[in-house]
Write a protein that binds this ligand. Structure first.
Ligand SMILES: [Fe+2]
Length: 181
């Protein structure tokens, strides 16, 4: 289950409906997905995509996405720190950022048009859709692992545009373990 922190308000939400409503007010979609049949989180990508094909096809229709893949990042990933450095500074894309987490954890920060900052910690079962143009940045949590389905409208739009605001430096990495909830 995700954790949503509204950092300016020192508010933390863990209820699915409250998280979805709060994110929706900023144009961000949040859903919980369950597979059509049990599937291991280390199953091959095609098996993962098949288990969630109904949700993927529905989202493709709603958002104009044309392709889906599975990304796998772990401490064994070559040049992991260099990879993460591309995404842990405030940026936006010309493309929606759509992620469904299969395993591991991730922490998205969203800099809203209302000039608030949201921290959204995702884990298995969490779908998040960040519209194109939204200012955001991303970090891994302590497990340094995330496996996720990605959907794309056009992979060319995936290049990050950096704001160089350095606002991301004001927010200490704060993933919460289940023991802290
Ligand atoms: Fe991004």
């Amino acid at each position: 289950m995700a954790v949503l922190s509204i950092l300016n308000e020192h508010t933390r939400l863990t209820n699915v409906d409250e998280i979805a409503a709060s994110l929706a007010s900023h144009g961000i979609d949040y859903e919980r997905w369950t597979p059509s049949h049990p599937v291991s989180d280390d199953a091959p990508p095609e098996t993962i995509l098949n288990a969630y094909s109904r949700e993927i096809e529905d989202l493709k229709t709603r958002g104009g996405y044309v392709t889906a893949d599975v990304i796998d990042v772990s401490p064994a990933t070559p040049n992991l720190d260099a990879l993460l450095a591309k995404f842990n500074r405030e940026h936006w894309h010309d493309e929606d950022e759509v992620r469904f987490t299969i395993a591991g954890h991730g922490l998205f920060h969203i800099h809203t048009e209302a000039d608030t900052v949201l921290g959204i910690q995702v884990e298995a079962g969490d779908l998040i859709r960040i519209p194109r143009g939204t200012l955001h940045w991303f970090n891994l949590c302590a497990d340094r692992r995330i496996r996720a389905i990605r959907l794309f409208q056009d992979m060319a739009g995936w290049t990050p545009h950096y704001t160089e605001s350095r606002i991301d430096e004001n927010f200490l990495l704060a993933c919460f373990s289940a023991a802290h909830l």
